[in-house]
Design a protein around this ligand. Structure first.
Ligand code: ACM
Length: 527
C-alpha cells in the first residue's frame, strides 16, 4: 500500500513538474511526460519524486571525474544511449550539468546508489563502481523503452525529477545457465549476461559439466573437453570453452558487474567425464557418451585414488581461471553413489576447493554430508515436499551454512508456464509469473535464520532449450521477478504493483529483441 501512495504522490508532482518544464526554454513536445520515477524493476528501496525532469539532449555530457572505473561505467551508459538518441554524449572528466557518475562515501554499501534527477541534470552517486552500474540500469529504465533501440528514435528523452535511494536486500542475486545439456557459445552467454545486467543480477553461475557434456578445457585432462564436450542432448555437436573463451566470459561478466561462479557437478552427473577416461570408472570401462535426459545414473568412483587426482587437477585449473570467490561442486542427484560414499567424497573434495582459495557452493544435498566452513548450499526443493530435507538444510543454516534459494517450483526458469508452453519441463509443476514472484525468500524455509539467506538464484536448465530465443522465452518475464526478490526490500513486495511495472517492460523487450512469454497474468501494452 505504501508504494501505491508514493506513486500517486509521484504522479501529482510529475504533472506539476511537466507544467514547469513545458513553460521553460527547452523545445518540448507538449505530450511528453517522463516515466514515473518508481516504475523500475527491481523496485528501488526508496523513491521520492519531485521537481522538474531532466532532458537528455545533443549537448548532454556524461561526467565521470577521474576514476577509471566510473569512466568505464560512463562508456557503458554512452553505448546504451548513443544509438537511439543519436547524440554524441561524450564521456568527460568535468563540466557542468548533464549526467554525472560520482564515486563518494555514503550509505550505499558495495552495490547501492543514489540517483538525483532535476532540471539541471542527473547525478548517480555510489561508493563502488557496481553501485554506479546499478544506478545506470535504473536511469535506463526511467527513459522511454525506445531508448533500447539501435536506430535513432525521436525522443524526447526525459528523466523524471526526484531522488531514488537504493541498496540490495541480498548480496547473492544469481542466474544459472546450463551450458552442458545444450552448449551455448561465448556470444550467446554474453547476450544472456546483458539481459541479467538490466536487472542488477550479480552472479552468473555456469553449469559447466553434466552427463551430456563437459564444457571447459582442462589441460591436464584434455579429453574431458575434446571427447566429453563433443555432443549434447539430442546428439548435436556440443562444444566447449577454451581457457581463453572462459576468460572472455569472465571478463565480459565483470564488465557488467557479475561474478562468474563455475560449477563442476560431482560425484553424479559425470557421464561425460567417465566417457572420456576409462580410468575414472570403478570397472575401468568408459561408458558411451550420453545424449538423453535421464538423471542420477552416473558416479565418479569414490574408492579410487585417481578420482581425487582428477578432482584436484580440475579444481586447480578452474580456480586459476576464476577471479571470483566461489566454486560450485554440484552434489545433486547422486543416486548412483551410496550415502557413505557421498559423505566420503564431499569430505575429501571440499578441502581441495579451499586449498585453491575458493569457497564451496553445492546444491542443498551437500547438507546431507558435512558442509565445509563458510560453504553455501543452494536449495532447489519444492513447496510441500521433502520435510526431512528442509529440516537438514535448516540445521546446516543454523550451523553457519549460507543458503541460496532456488526453489524449483518458483524460480526454475525451465519449468513450463502452463500446459501450452512449447518448451521446458514440468516435473516441479507449471510456474506462471505470479507464482514465480509471489513468495518471500526471507521466510521461505522454516527454521532458517534470516541472516543465513544469502539471496536467490534462477537456474535455467537446457534439456529442451537449444538457442538464445528459447532462453529468452523461458527467462522472460520471470527473470525480473527473481531480480526483485533478490534486490528489493520485502516492504515493496506487492504483486499488483509489480505486474504494472512488469507490463511496462514489454515494450523495452520488444526494443531489445527479447522474445518473451506474453503471460495472461500481465496486462501488456498493445503491440
Ligand atoms: C537440480 O535441479 N538437480 C539441481
Amino acid at each position: 500500500m505504501r508504494r501505491h501512495r508514493l506513486h500517486l504522490l509521484g504522479s501529482l508532482l510529475l504533472v506539476a513538474a511537466a507544467g514547469v518544464f513545458t513553460s521553460g526554454a527547452a523545445p518540448a513536445s507538449t505530450a511528453a511526460q517522463p516515466r514515473p520515477l518508481g516504475q523500475v524493476i527491481p523496485a528501488p528501496a526508496s523513491v521520492t519524486p519531485g521537481g522538474a525532469p531532466y532532458r537528455i539532449t545533443g549537448d548532454t555530457r556524461i561526467r565521470v571525474g577521474d576514476s577509471r572505473e566510473a569512466h568505464r561505467v560512463g562508456e557503458y551508459l554512452a553505448d546504451v544511449l548513443r544509438p537511439s538518441t543519436g547524440y554524441p554524449l561524450p564521456v568527460t572528466e568535468r563540466g557542468a550539468g548533464g549526467i554525472r557518475l560520482r564515486l563518494a562515501q555514503g550509505p550505499y554499501g558495495a552495490e547501492g546508489y543514489r540517483l538525483d534527477s532535476g532540471r539541471g541534470g542527473v547525478t548517480i552517486t555510489a561508493a563502488r563502481p557496481a553501485g554506479l552500474f546499478h544506478g545506470v540500469q535504473t536511469l535506463r529504465q526511467l527513459l522511454p523503452a525506445a531508448v533500447e533501440r539501435d536506430t535513432v528514435q525521436p525522443g524526447p528523452w526525459l528523466v523524471a525529477g526526484g531522488t531514488v535511494r537504493d541498496v540490495p536486500r541480498y548480496p547473492w542475486r544469481g542466474a544459472m545457465l546450463d551450458v552442458s545439456r545444450h552448449f551455448f557459445t561465448v556470444d550467446e552467454v554474453k547476450r544472456y549476461v546483458d539481459r541479467l545486467a538490466l536487472y542488477k543480477f550479480n552472479k552468473l553461475h555456469l553449469h559447466l559439466s553434466d552427463d551430456q557434456g563437459w564444457r571447459i578445457a582442462i589441460d591436464s585432462w584434455p579429453r574431458l573437453a575434446t571427447h566429453g564436450g563433443s555432443t549434447e542432448v539430442g546428439g548435436g555437436p556440443g562444444g566447449f570453452y577454451t581457457k581463453d573463451d572462459y576468460r572472455e566470459i569472465v571478463r565480459y561478466a565483470a564488465s557488467r558487474h557479475l561474478e562468474v561462479v563455475p560449477e563442476i557437478d560431482m560425484p553424479g552427473h559425470t557421464n561425460a567425464a567417465l566417457a572420456s577416461y576409462a580410468d575414472l570408472n570403478c570397472d575401468g570401462v568408459a561408458p558411451p557418451l550420453y545424449t538423453g535426459t535421464a538423471v542420477g545414473f552416473s558416479s565418479l568412483c569414490v574408492g579410487k585414488e585417481v578420482t581425487y587426482d582428477f578432482v584436484d587437477d580440475v579444481i586447480r585449473e578452474l580456480a586459476a581461471l576464476t577471479p571470483g570467490r566461489y566454486l560450485h561442486i554440484g552434489g545433486d542427484e547422486a543416486h548412483s553413489t551410496s550415502h557413505a560414499d557421498y559423505v566420503t567424497f564431499m569430505d575429501r573434495v571440499q578441502p581441495v576447493v579451499a586449498k585453491y582459495g575458493k569457497t564451496v557452493v553445492g546444491w542443498h544435498q551437500l547438507t546431507g554430508a558435512t558442509p565445509a566452513e563458510g560453504a553455501l548450499a543452494q536449495y532447489w526443493g519444492l513447496d510441500g515436499t521433502g520435510a526431512e530435507e528442509k529440516a537438514r538444510v535448516a540445521k546446516a543454516a543454523r550451523n553457519g551454512t549460507g543458503i541460496v534459494l532456488s526453489p524449483a517450483d518458483r524460480i526454475y526458469l525451465d519449468m513450463k508456464y502452463d500446459r501450452t508452453t512449447p518448451l521446458g519441463l514440468s516435473w516441479a509443476g507449471y510456474v506462471e509469473v505470479k507464482r514465480s514472484y509471489d513468495w518471500d525468500p526471507g521466510a521461505y524455509l522454516p527454521g532458517v535464520p534470516e541472516d543465513a539467506v544469502r539471496g536467490v538464484e534462477a537456474p535455467l536448465w537446457t534439456e529442451t532449450l537449444e538457442n538464445p530465443a528459447h532462453l529468452d522465452h523461458m527467462a522472460f518475464p520471470r527473470l525480473p521477478g527473481v531480480a526483485e526478490l533478490g534486490w528489493s526490500p520485502a516492504a515493496t513486495h506487492d504483486w499488483e504493483d509489480y505486474r504494472t511495472r512488469l507490463a511496462a517492460q514489454g515494450p523495452r523487450w520488444d526494443a531489445l529483441g527479447v522474445g518473451y512469454h506474453r503471460s495472461p497474468q500481465v496486462d501488456w501494452p498493445a503491440e
